[in-house]
Design a protein around this ligand. Structure first.
Ligand code: SF4
Ligand code: SF4
Length: 374
């Protein structure tokens, strides 16, 4: 296992982190706890969850209760988040998380998902920082952190606005250009960077032929290549992988255990290719998924991804039909009023409305072709 300093805190954490948002089956209490414990036994020390990830905190708490017995010799660190902003709400969420996680303090407590500079100002005005600081003074929170899906420059301003110990942001071989400025700023200021979605929401392993250029050795998979690119980056503290099962854990461990430093010239070549081609895909984060007209926007943008990756317009309709079952009903594409709500929420700042038109064209052609056969 590799370990890196967590910003300026004096702590050292594993470069591979466990993301607790993708348990294969949250109802399987023992299975979830066994996965967390297997991560700990393999040397992972950074564990991330959130109050809003279903039963994730409770499931991880089952493992932490056991892991606490060896914590003095083998430390581990707990990260969780709250979207609340007022003193009462933040305290309630913190106490709920502590109880579920079965720990005395949250090591890295995040102001969760700052989507816009305006939203940040609103939360500050409600007293979110004072609420966090009070919990820290009481010993319930060790370090105050933030998670954000804003553009790199906006996150850099957020880091300038408050001395967060670390920032959690989406960063991968697919979208790094989008957040480069934030990583530079965090590094300059001695703040930790935890990179979520390091495999682009699964798209990187699903398209090994398109992402083949992240491989630096003939014997490595694109998953290993994409993760090693982050391990190699001095600005990235933790690559946070949302692990579902033991098989995925073994793949992620192979990436970290077989890591060797990558030559700077090789990194420069990869970044050039990546920047040109892959900074505009939907990562499936779901933050746009509250369309007032009922459009399943993340699914539709996933369909667009297929076209972006294959170059074939018909792949959009195929994806909607065979993967999502949305082709003839349930997509509400004609109901879009172009209100822009989804674009404002989009963590990748994608031009969703114009992409929806492309998806609609693909669907229209597919339906017409199917009707012609009848
Ligand atoms: S722009 Fe269209 S898809 Fe987006 S939220 Fe508005 S109605 Fe829904
Ligand atoms: S369209 Fe944007 S907000 Fe919606 S799922 Fe994709 S990346 Fe996330």
């Amino acid at each position: 296992m590799l370990y890196k300093p967590y910003g300026s805190t004096g702590l050292s954490v594993s470069a591979l982190g466990f993301g607790g948002m993708r348990f294969e089956n949250q109802e399987d209490v023992e299975g979830c706890a066994a996965l967390v414990k297997a991560c700990y036994d393999a040397g992972i020390t950074y564990f991330d969850t959130a109050i809003g990830y279903g039963k994730s905190e409770e499931r991880m708490g089952v493992a932490f209760k056991e892991m606490r017995r060896t914590r003095a010799q083998r430390p581990f660190y707990v990260a969780t988040k709250t979207f609340s902003a007022t003193a009462d709400d933040v305290r309630r969420d913190c106490e709920t998380s502590l109880k579920r996680l079965q720990v005395d303090a949250i090591d890295f407590y995040h102001v969760w998902c700052v989507l816009t500079p305006e939203a940040w100002r609103e939360r500050k005005a409600k007293g979110v920082l004072q609420a966090f600081e009070k919990l820290q003074a009481e010993g319930l929170v060790r370090h105050i952190c933030v998670s954000s899906h804003m553009r790199g420059r906006e996150i850099a301003e957020l880091l300038a606005d408050y001395p967060f110990a670390g920032v959690l942001l989406g960063y991968s071989a697919m979208n790094f250009a989008f957040r480069e400025a934030a990583l530079d700023e965090a590094h300059r200021r001695g703040r930790a960077v935890v990179a979520m979605n390091p495999l682009g929401g699964g798209l990187i392993p699903q398209h090994p032929e398109r992402f083949g250029f992240v491989r630096t050795r003939p014997d490595e998979t694109v998953t290993e290549g994409a993760l090693r690119l982050l391990f190699n980056d001095a600005r990235v503290t933790v690559a946070l992988v949302g692990l579902s099962n033991q098989k995925q854990l073994q793949e992620a461990l192979a990436a970290v255990n077989g890591f060797q430093p990558i030559l700077p010239e090789r990194v420069a070549t990869m970044r050039h290719g990546l920047r040109a081609s892959f900074d505009s895909l939907c990562t499936g984060c779901g933050y746009c998924d509250s369309c007032p007209q009922g459009l399943p926007v993340p699914k539709l943008m996933d369909a667009y991804n297929q076209f972006a990756l294959s170059g074939k317009p018909e792949d959009m309709a195929k994806r909607m039909n065979w993967h999502w079952g949305l082709l003839r009903s349930g997509h509400h594409l004609d109901d879009c009023t172009a209100c822009g709500q989804c674009e404002r929420a989009c963590t990748q700042k994608l031009p969703i409305i114009s992409r929806l038109k492309d998806v609609r064209d693909s669907v229209g052609k597919a339906v017409a072709a199917a009707d012609a056969k009848v």
